[in-house]
Design a protein around this ligand. Structure first.
Ligand code: HEC
Length: 206
């Protein structure tokens, strides 16, 4: 008596045919791996009680503290590569309204689907807007513009602002001051060394 295997007993090495390849092999980027911006993972939540790199330290400022917010200066300087990432973030999150050229003529507005004119960031009212005021607009929105605080980490918000400031400086705005010196590393603020102490969650009992 023999037991007969389907493919006549041989070891089957042919993986077979893929019927719908675009569903078998995902075209999208996967969550928890690399994000749309080079080198920046997406959807990664910080371990509870810790602060992920690039996120803001707890701040005492609230929505009402406009004066303090407006006076904020970028804690970072950015390399050319990071400014390019800032552009990418801008194009993804802001360009739809403010326009890829920062002129307020984004496709959502020009299509007539969005009634309010987005700020023309190259216009005289905004060309020299303090960076802290821009930061505030990203944090809390402005009238019909919503908040983008949850879409952008603290470091990314400043990166977007740096990109805007750079374009503004090329269009009659004040000279650009957020460029990192060549070879000085990506940001002015060095990441904390991963010692046992800093790895501890803030607020835990010692
Ligand atoms: C859905 C459309 C929309 C998107 C997306 C959007 N904005 Fe706006 N934004 C507006 C509108 C409309 C105004 C004008 C609000 C007003 O003055 O009434 C505005 C105003 C602003 C202002 C001026 C704030 C002030 O205090 O006057 C800044 C700066 C700004 N936006 C930056 C951004 C940045 C940066 C992003 C992306 C992170 C962004 N916006 C995304 C619609 C948008």
């Amino acid at each position: 008596m023999f037991a007969v295997a389907c493919n006549s007993g041989g070891v089957r090495r042919n993986p077979g045919k893929t019927y719908v390849p675009d569903m078998v092999y995902s075209q999208a980027y996967d969550a928890y791996t690399k994000g749309p911006v080079e080198g920046e993972p997406t959807s990664l939540k910080p371990v509870q009680g810790t602060i992920a790199r690039g996120h803001a330290l707890p701040t005492h400022l609230t929505k009402n503290d406009t004066t303090q917010y407006y006076a904020l200066k970028s804690p970072y300087k950015f390399t050319e590569q990071e400014l390019a990432q800032g552009k990418l973030h801008y194009d993804i999150h802001c360009g739809i309204c403010h326009g890829q050229k920062l002129d307020g003529q984004g496709p959502l507005f020009t299509s007539g689907k969005f009634a309010a004119m987005p700020a023309n960031l190259k216009g005289e009212n905004y060309i020299n807007m303090p960076e802290g005021k821009m930061y505030y607009a990203i944090m809390y929105g402005k009238n019909v513009m919503g908040s983008y605080a949850s879409q952008l980490k603290e470091h990314e918000r400043w990166k977007v602002i740096a990109y805007i400031k750079k374009v503004q400086s090329e269009n009659g705005g004040a000279p650009f001051t957020m460029l990192a010196e060549a070879g000085s590393g990506s940001t002015a603020v060095a990441p904390a060394p991963a010692t046992a102490d800093t790895a501890k969650a803030p607020g835990t009992a010692h």
